[in-house]
Every structure is written in C-alpha cells, then in structure tokens.
Design a protein around this ligand. Structure first.
Ligand code: ATP
Length: 369
C-alpha cells in the first residue's frame, strides 16, 4: 500500500520564512496528486519534505502506516524525477538506468531484466547504448523516468519533469506519463505551475498559494466549483472574467448590477446571497469565457442577460475564437464558435447563462454561490 498522510505539516526555513503552513492531505494508494500554484507558493518544498530532502518543521508525514519524518530519503521507498533529469553524461542509457540497482548490489541478471522491462515500457530499447548527449530532450526525460521505474518504488515524486521540453513534446510526454500511471498503478505526486498539466494528469489537485492549500479537489470540481477567487482565476484558460457587481435584493429576488446591466440570479444562487447578508453590497461576478455566447440562438433565448461591447481584439485559435472587450472598465474575454463573424472594432452582443455564473465575496474572496 502506498498511501500517504500529511497532517498539519509546517515548514520554516532557517531564515524564519514559513514556506508551508498547516498542510494536511490524505493520499490514497494509486492516486495521481498534483501540487499546482504560482512560483514560490511552496509546492516544491512540500514535495521535498515528502522525499526527505527537506526537514519537516512540525507535523506528521506517514507513508503507508509508517511515520517517516525522521527516515532517510533512501529508506522511504520513493523515487524522484527532477526537471533537469540529472543523468550521468559519461554513462549509457542502460548504465544510467542500472546505476541505482548496482549500488544496491542487485544480481546482474536481475538488473538486466528490470532495465530491459523499463526500457520496453518507455520505448527506450533501441537507445540503451547511447549516451545522454545523443538523445533528444524527450528521450532524456524518458531515461530519467526509467531510472525511477527500475527502483520499483511505492511512490513517484515528480518536480516539474516536463518544464525543459517544448510545448509539443510536453503534450506528448503528458500522455506518456498518464499511460505510465495506469500501467504501473503506483502513487504519483507531481509538482507543476502549469494548470493544463495539472488538469489533464491529476486525479486530484492541490492548488497552493503562499504556503497554504487553497482547495484540494478533482479537476472538474476545481473548475466548476472553485472555493475562492484565487482558485477561480488560476484554473481555466483564458482566465475567468471577474467584475464588481452591486447586489440588489427585493423579496427573494437578487439582481446583480454592473453599470447599466442587471442580472437576475437563479433562485438557488439568490438564496445563498441573501443568507450571506450581501444585500446592498458589492460582490465579484465571475463568468467563464466559454459561458458567454454570441450565437443568435443563445441571445434570443436569454434576452435578459445580453451585454453589448466593442471587440478590442479578435484571436483565432483554430477550434475557437477569443473575443476581447471591455465592460464598465473591466477587461473581458469570450470564447466563441470560430464561425463567428465578429472582428476587431465590431459592436457585438453576448448572452450568458445565469446558471453558470459564480459569485464571490469581494473582501474575503470566498465563493458565495
Ligand atoms: P517554483 O515554482 O518557483 O519552484 P515553489 O512553489 O516550488 O516555486 P518553493 O521552492 O517551495 O516554491 O519555495 C517556497 C518559498 O520558500 C519561496 O518563497 C522560496 O523563496 C522560499 N524558500 C525556498 N527555499 C528556501 C531556503 N532554503 N531558505 C529560505 N527560503 C526558501
């Protein structure tokens, strides 16, 4: 069993800086957990504490049933893959992969079998005699993975393993890592600042900011039900549109006012806004770019949610078009059908589905509904 349990983990560096604050997480066997967040949020520090490369200031770390706070990295039954691969340049691919096993004094024929099995899984068999300098970035990355696989660890830790690759190769390697996870059935903890990597790879994602886990959830829930403004803004590309709106309450009805626009909230959302005491207050209205539509059909079926704007920038991305515009001083983006006729400078109408909007507390950033 390769479950992990992190309970109230804190990390203060010797200079007094607290990089991780009261971090708790239960990781089940075979999960693919992602730590994601902006630079400096503490994701690598957390991973390094799990690896044993960084001391835990307080809290408890368990791998399986064993508390490992004071266990040496080599005795934790984990393997770590770094972004710089750390391959030995003078050794062949075979020797790079065999190195750790030789150190463990494993019999030669057993080493040979493990290296060849891993090479097969990673499609490296034809490259076993090459030196790292004769490999592409993606192939080097696969060797680094191979070196981790041959150790047959309970847990894989990966720190931005794809960040040195170009966009196309990153996309391919993402699929390879996903397949690898299915095939090996091990627990993986993976650090990235890239939300696409996080969303596509993770069974669950930990979104971090300033050393604090903001939300721990499935990719779908993070997207559909973000806990706060930070998560809402971090997950999703292009970013969620956010506008200040005034809450007007009349009986059980809540209307959000943005300049000349009034948006009547659906009853379930209105209830939460009233219960939270937001009548008369300013809240933040969040709208995902794909929840704005310029299609005639959507506009005619949602006549009360139509906004008008002038297209500042038209961006054709192939499968979709991004329209950038301004509403009451707020920059906004709509992701629309590529067959749109809208172009730069055009006056357009957009409608939104009120069921899809998000409402946040402007002061705390927490989600209201
Ligand atoms: P990145 O994506 O840039 O690698 P990260 O989220 O992985 O960022 P960490 O490397 O975990 O961030 O660092 C978290 C915070 O701790 C940062 O503010 C960093 O400056 C600080 N930090 C890291 N190592 C030390 C250290 N040895 N002493 C003091 N502060 C440190």
């Amino acid at each position: 069993m390769a479950s992990l349990s992190l309970t109230n983990i804190n990390k203060s560096y010797p200079n007094g800086f607290q990089a991780v604050k009261d971090f708790s997480l239960e990781i089940a066997d075979k999960e693919f957990i992602i730590f994601v967040g902006p630079s400096g949020c503490g994701k690598s520090t957390t991973l390094r504490m799990i690896a044993g490369l960084e001391e835990i200031t307080s809290g408890e770390l368990k791998i399986g049933d064993r508390v490992v706070n004071d266990v040496e990295p080599k005795d934790r039954d984990i393997a770590m893959v770094f972004q710089n691969y750390a391959l030995y340049p003078h050794m062949t691919v075979y020797d790079n992969m065999a190195f750790g096993l030789k150190l463990r004094k494993m019999p030669k024929d057993q080493i040979d079998k493990m290296v060849r099995d891993a090479a097969e899984i990673l499609d490296l068999t034809s490259l076993l005699d090459r030196k790292p300098k004769a490999l592409s970035g993606g192939q080097r990355q696969r060797v680094a993975m191979g070196r981790a696989i041959v150790r047959d660890p309970k847990v894989f830790l990966m720190d931005e393993p794809l960040s040195n690759l170009d966009a196309k190769l990153r996309g391919q390697m993402r699929i390879e890592i996903s397949k690898l996870h299915q095939r090996l059935g091990t627990t993986i903890i993976y650090v990235t600042h890239d939300q696409t990597e996080a969303m596509t790879l993770g069974t669950r994602i930990v979104v971090m900011k300033d050393g604090v886990a903001q939300q721990i959830d499935t990719p779908q829930n993070l997207y559909d039900r973000p806990n706060n403004l930070f998560v809402a803004g971090f997950i999703g590309s292009p970013q969620m549109n956010m506008l200040d709106a005034k809450c007007e309450v009349s009986g059980e009805n809540v209307t959000l006012k943005v300049g000349p626009y009034s948006l009547l909230l659906p009853p379930a959302k209105a209830k939460k806004v009233i219960a939270g005491g937001y009548a008369g207050k300013t809240v933040v209205l969040g709208i995902r770019p794909e929840d704005l539509s310029d299609s005639e059909m959507v506009i005619s079926s949602n006549p009360n949610t139509v906004i008008q704007a002038t297209v500042n920038v038209y961006e054709m991305l192939g499968a979709e078009v991004l329209l950038h515009f301004e509403v009451e001083g707020f920059n906004m983006t709509a992701k629309v059908d590529p067959r749109t006729t809208a172009r730069n400078g055009d006056r357009i109408k957009l409608a939104l589905n009120p069921e899809k909007i998000h409402v946040f507390d402007k002061e705390t950033g927490l989600t209201i509904s």
